[in-house]
Structures are given as structure tokens and as C-alpha cells.
Design a protein around this ligand. Structure first.
Ligand SMILES: [Zn+2]
Ligand SMILES: [Zn+2]
Length: 266
């Protein structure tokens, strides 16, 4: 059975994941993956920004953990990445992070729709009650479009993350998707098929079939990610992700090496 690389995996340094990278690598080999990439949550300039990421002084330890997994699993290709939060005003910080290690790729993700509200954080779920869902989705896609425009990222993460708790706007979101995807296409970026959504209330892959069809129409390439926060989640849902990709007409996915991309036949 062929599986594309799993390009979205976390480590315990982010304080809400379990299992060491070398254990994720062992699991990847056991289920037949040939390539994986670690993309733990990037540190912020201020370590007290929130409590669900590594501190900045742990970044070297993170890289060390990935290097150890590479040494212990020479038969597996293991890439070094980061899932970097995009917030307006953080551009200098992201540029600085990019300069610190020989990264293979950055996933650019939007979690925050304000400096204090991450749309996917269960602790913040009450905030949805006081807000119009379409307004929240609009802010999210504005920021995601800015992330795509920023030029810092190879891959845009979980493109319709606000659906996580299945709180969906009445309005048609296609214009938000279109504006975002037009920038992704112009900047020649990839989007990921992230299977974590299958494990959440929304019960579907990020992004939805409708968003993915719009991406396919623009010839936007894809990667695959389990967003594993535990060893058992490595490669989880990839059968459904492959089926979705193929249904949308995809025949390739991308891999990255020192920020250079190449194609893999699906
Ligand atoms: Zn996480
Ligand atoms: Zn994320």
C-alpha cells in the first residue's frame, strides 16, 4: 500500500502531545510510511503568549529530538519543519525563526483570530457564543490570506480550521475560500489535507471537499498531514485523505527538502 509523507506531527515540547519523535518514526515505519516530517508548534517571541507550544529556549532541543529520530531510523526519510503561527505583526519573528535552523519546510497556520482567541482551543469555546460565526470565519480567512501572502511558508495548514467544533456560518463561505486560494495559487504554495478533523466534532478532513475542489481548479498542490499529537495518530485517516484527493482530481502530492519541493505520484 502506498502512503504519501505525513508532514504534520508534534512532540511533547508543545505541552499537549505525547510520545517522542523516535517513537512516531517507529510507528510510521510499522504502518508502511517512507517519509514523515515533524512540525511542532513554533515558539513565540514571548514565552508567556500561551501555554500550548515550546519555549524559545527549547527550539534546539526540538531539532535535537528530530535528529535523534533520523539517526535511529535511517530507513525512513524524516524532515525538519515547524508549524508556525501566523499573526499580523509577527513577521519579523517568523523571519528570525526561519534563519535559525536548516528547515525543510514551514507550515503556516492560523489559530488566532485575535491575540487572545485561538479558534481551535477548547478552553476558548465559550467565545463562539457571543460572536457571529461568519464574522469569525471571515477574520480567520483574512488572516489565512495574509499568511499565504507573507511568503514565509511552503504549506498552509488545516485551511478551514474554524469548523473544528462544527460551528458553521449560514452564509456561503465560497468567496472567502476563493480570495484565499487565489493568493495561494499566485504565491505557488501548497495546502495540506489534514486528517485531524476526522477526530474532531466536525468529523471531516481539513479542508472540506468544496474548498479542495476550488483548490484543484486552481492547480494548487497538496501535502498530507495527520497532525499527530500521539504515536497512534501517525498516518491516521490517510486512506480517507487519499480517497478525497483522488476524488478532487489530484494525482500528485509534494515533498520538501531544505525548502525545495518535488512531486510524488499518488
Ligand atoms: Zn497542537
Ligand atoms: Zn494547527
Amino acid at each position: 500500500m502506498f502512503w504519501p509523507p505525513d508532514y504534520h506531527m508534534h512532540t511533547p515540547l508543545c505541552r499537549h502531545a505525547s510520545g517522542e519523535p523516535t517513537e512516531y518514526a517507529a510507528r510510521a515505519r510499522a504502518i508502511g510510511l517512507t517519509e514523515i516530517g515533524f512540525t511542532d508548534h513554533s515558539p513565540m517571541r514571548r514565552d508567556d503568549f500561551d501555554n500550548w507550544r515550546m519555549r524559545f529556549d527549547q527550539l534546539a532541543e526540538y531539532v535535537e529530538k528530530v535528529r535523534r529520530a533520523q539517526k535511529e531510523h535511517p530507513a525512513l526519510s524524516i524532515k525538519l519543519g515547524l508549524e508556525v503561527d501566523y499573526l499580523p505583526g509577527h513577521e519579523d519573528w517568523i523571519r528570525e525563526l526561519a534563519s535559525l535552523h536548516p528547515w525543510d519546510y514551514f507550515i503556516g497556520s492560523v489559530h488566532y483570530v485575535s491575540d487572545s482567541w485561538a479558534v481551535d482551543n477548547p478552553e476558548d469555546i465559550a467565545k463562539w457564543k457571543n460572536r457571529d460565526a461568519f464574522e469569525v470565519w471571515s477574520i480567520y480567512f483574512d488572516r489565512l490570506t495574509m499568511a499565504a501572502e507573507s511568503g514565509f511558508f511552503e504549506i498552509i495548514g488545516h485551511a478551514d480550521l474554524p469548523k473544528k467544533f462544527n460551528i458553521r456560518p449560514q452564509q456561503d463561505c465560497a468567496p472567502l475560500f476563493a480570495r484565499f486560494l487565489d493568493v495561494v495559487a499566485r504565491k505557488d504554495l501548497a495546502i495540506e489535507l489534514n486528517t485531524a478533523g476526522l477526530r474532531k466534532d466536525c468529523k471531516e478532513i481539513y479542508p472540506s471537499r468544496s474548498l479542495l475542489d476550488m483548490a484543484a481548479a486552481r492547480k494548487i498542490p497538496i501535502t498530507f498531514g495527520s497532525d499527530a499529537h500521539a504515536v497512534a495518530e501517525v498516518g491516521m485517516g490517510f486512506d480517507q485523505a487519499l480517497e478525497l484527493a483522488r476524488a478532487a482530481g489530484y494525482v500528485h502530492s509534494l515533498r520538501f527538502d531544505r525548502r525545495r519541493r518535488s512531486q510524488i505520484l499518488l
